[in-house]
Design a binder for this molecule. Sequence first.
Ligand SMILES: Nc1ncnc2c1ncn2[C@@H]1O[C@H](COP(=O)(O)OP(=O)(O)OP(=O)(O)O)[C@@H](O)[C@H]1O
Ligand SMILES: [Mg+2]
Length: 258
Amino acid sequence: MTATNTRNIVLHVADVHRHFGGLRALSDIDLQVEEGKTHAIIGPNGAGKSTLLNVVIGRLPPTSGAVIFDGQILTGKAPHEINQIGIARVFQTPEIFPDLPVLHNVMAPAFSKRDGAFRINLFQRLDTERAVREEAESLLQDVGLFERRNTNAGALSRGDKRRLELAMCLIQHPRLLLLDEPTAGMSRHDTNTTIELLQKIKQRGMTKLIIEHDMHVVFSLADRISVLAQGRIIAEGLPDEIRGDPRVHEAYLGGAIQ
Ligand SMILES: Nc1ncnc2c1ncn2[C@@H]1O[C@H](COP(=O)(O)OP(=O)(O)OP(=O)(O)O)[C@@H](O)[C@H]1O
Ligand SMILES: [Mg+2]
């Protein structure tokens, strides 16, 4: 086999099951994400999508199975260790520092990443690290929040909080970016701006695993799509294959895929 035929799998979710009591939220999950690609996970409400991301980032241990990233087994590692290894996530519910200005929210993860932990003198250093500030300002330009850089993050709209969180992830330069409904709560205009931003990141070669209900977003960005329904992957393939797959239409009761 030649090197050009070898797919470089950066994330492998291997035979993962996750139960909550009697509820089988994930069963038999085998997922391989190729380096530099955008892999989308779609599926109806309650399918297990967020649970799967929580397993990948170490927030939820799998009941059985393993998560392997770049050859390392992540299972059993704490979320901050997994973040240090190079995985960052934009959450379905934005997780920000509401009482800090927008600019400092973007700067904080860069310090955390650099030092491995927040330090007591973090707030003093937030005022002094020029390089981090410049990168944070540039990212705020990219996500359209530069004008609001001095506003406390808690005052932003839901859609703006999501864009802020995206900037907070990008400043960490993750190898794998996980996005859980990155355009939820956004207007069509803001959704299109976010699609353009994510396409720009793709050109930089960052691997992305994206959960999204909005099929316009999925089909604009995804190189490959896995469909989750009732905790199982029922289909996987190229966007055109998924669009035409009758099992996928059935899972969405004929509604969502156009
Ligand atoms: N911590 C938990 N404890 C018990 N049950 C849970 C927990 N988290 C999720 N579940 C259940 O697991 C199933 C999958 O939920 P999950 O949030 O992963 O779905 P989802 O595909 O992300 O849905 P949505 O599209 O609504 O965000 C659901 O039945 C949910 O109620
Ligand atoms: Mg979810």
